[in-house]
Design a protein around this ligand. Structure first.
Ligand code: CDP
Ligand code: MG
Length: 150
């Protein structure tokens, strides 16, 4: 099933010049980039984005961190894109993330874990709407799209 999902390169990833590495991991998988932008998140956007974690002990520190510098936001599309992104990201705590995953390869700290990816179809659609207007998402056909639909 074709899905769209939101990915963020968090401020640690941008500052460590890993934005390209993260995008490349998803492009090499075969996911299609359909939206891309850079910003410093407003605190209100960060609190909305992470609303499910309001009240948890790590919430204030996590919000402070995510607004502390630039992020790269993208929307990726493809068959099973939500799980594909989560699998490539690895476990939330980089110390538990499998070798070869983005977090397993590139991070050691649970807050500075390089990347965010939506965790369900409901989260994906909500989060995409927080970061992108519909007209900012680009629909296009790649040669490989024909192969996949055969
Ligand atoms: O990002 P993911 O969906 O894997 O994890 P989450 O449970 O939705 O938590 C969101 C983010 O909060 C994580 O990516 C961590 O950066 C941060 N976090 C943290 O700083 N300390 C924790 N104990 C748990 C999460
Ligand atoms: Mg999450």
């Amino acid at each position: 099933m074709t899905q769209r999902t939101l990915v963020l390169v968090k401020p640690d990833g941008v500052m460590r010049q890993l934005s390209g590495t993260v995008i490349q991991a998803f492009e090499q998988k075969g996911l299609k980039l359909v939206g891309l932008k850079m910003m410093v998140m407003e605190r209100a956007l960060a609190e909305q984005h992470y609303a499910e974690h309001q009240g948890k002990s790590f919430f204030p520190g996590m919000v402070d961190f995510i607004v502390s510098g630039p992020i790269v936001a993208m929307v990726l599309e493809g068959p099973g894109a939500i799980k594909a992104v989560r699998d490539l990201m690895g476990a939330t705590n980089p110390q538990d993330a499998a070798p070869g995953t983005i977090r397993g390869s590139l991070a050691v700290d649970i807050t500075r874990n390089v990347v965010h990816g939506s965790d369900s179809p409901e989260s994906a659609s909500r989060e995409i709407g927080l970061f992108f207007r519909p007209e900012e998402l680009v629909s296009y056909v790649r040669p490989v799209d024909g192969w996949l639909s055969e």
